[in-house]
Write a protein that binds this ligand. Structure first.
Ligand SMILES: [Cu+2]
Length: 161
């Protein structure tokens, strides 16, 4: 990344009577736990890149919108292993259905609820569970780092009835 000149982006000013801070909630709605669900399928998603760090791949392929890379069935739960076979972080992101992070580098994760993006550490692995709800059809998964997805790190998932 190139060095950026310092610049003022915004000046925030506050006036008037000070407000009392709102109380934070002490209880949260229960979250779905996909760890208790039967697993209907397993997939491996591997992030790699070329030596120069200019081309990016999922399962050794660059994005092709006309190709279906993964298939799943509606209303099932799958367990996916996301592998990062590179020396930098990649941020796993999937559209349409959110996922639960189960383990990162083998370490079980606390379930704070479903999410749509999670970092996969360099040379690391992340295991997720995902329930395919609501929408049959095509969707995409990709690295959420913009220049990685633009340079190929994206794949098509077909969800069938
Ligand atoms: Cu990436």
């Amino acid at each position: 990344m190139s060095a950026q000149a310092r610049a003022t982006l915004a000046t925030v000013r506050s006036d008037g009577e000070p407000m009392r801070p709102a109380a934070l909630p002490t209880a949260f709605a229960p979250v779905d736990d996909l760890g208790k669900e039967a697993v209907a399928g397993r997939k491996t998603v591997t992030f790699t890149e070329n030596k120069a760090g200019t081309l990016f791949y999922i399962n050794h392929k660059q994005f092709d919108h006309s190709r279906i890379d993964f298939r799943a069935r509606l209303n099932t739960v799958e367990e996916w292993t996301i592998e990062n076979d590179s020396d930098e972080v990649h941020s796993f992101h999937i559209h349409t259905n959110d996922f639960q992070v189960m383990r990162v580098n083998g370490k079980p994760q606390i379930n704070y609820g479903l999410q749509d993006t999670a970092d996969v550490p360099p040379r690391g692995t992340m295991v997720i569970r995902i329930r395919f709800l609501d929408y049959p059809g095509k969707t995409v998964l990709h690295c959420h780092i913009l220049n990685h997805e633009d340079a190929g790190m994206m794949a098509v998932l077909q969800i069938d009835r």
